[in-house]
Design a protein around this ligand. Sequence first.
Ligand code: ADP
Ligand code: ADP
Length: 226
Amino acid sequence: MAAISLRNIVKKYGDGFPAVNDVSIEIADGEFVILVGPSGCGKSTLLRMIVGLEDITSGDMVIGDRKVNDLAPRERNLAMVFQNYALYPHLSVYENIAFPLRLAGASDEEVDEKVRNASRTLELDEHLERKPGNLSGGQRQRVAMGRAIVRDADAFLFDEPLSNLDAKLRGQMRTEISRLQKRLGITTVYVTHDQTEAMTLGDRVAVLKRGLLQQLATPRELYENP
Ligand code: ADP
Ligand code: ADP
């Protein structure tokens, strides 16, 4: 786990108006921060810069005690959970969760211990032999989170993970993500354009508009002073 500091982060594509314009946010170790705003406000760009999928034009990005500006994604030790989960359809739930450990060359014993711990936490123990195609949307989401958990990542990053789900499941998953985040105490940055999600999930909400950080406050503060 680690704190994340965004210091005067700027992203320019070509010579147009900056997609992200001098954004500074200090995210505490274990904190859950939501990035919210309308389409095009720069939230995905900001998230991709944290993960390292996009270069920053200027500013400093610090994760834990490391400046990561020039580090490749895999050197940042972060776990990104995508909208479409990116699960392997031909692999079992067990092997989907085990995947990053296999890549890292972990022993079968280590893989087994970590996969079983993660699947207990996520209540997936009953489903380890199934294929993703036979799971519900919520279960698939949990497999994606299991894969993130086994890596002992310093932080979770979510890019609109619930936008493909129906309203009922979305509500359930919000509750689950929130519970799981508290239980694991893992620093989390979560992008959404959904106001309800923003106001119910996180410890703090960062509101972006045209690349600028407009507000940074707790949901309660935003509710009382919109
Ligand atoms: P979303 O709003 O779901 O993030 P977009 O439709 O905005 O998706 O963008 C889809 C992809 O196209 C992204 O990878 C983004 O980087 C890229 N993109 C968005 N806007 C532009 C643009 N003006 N020029 C080139 N690529 C763009
Ligand atoms: P959001 O995630 O809030 O919808 P984005 O971060 O995707 O916003 O985009 C922010 C701005 O940057 C938009 O104006 C978008 O068109 C532009 N943009 C995003 N990706 C690219 C890209 N690869 N090339 C050029 N412009 C881009």
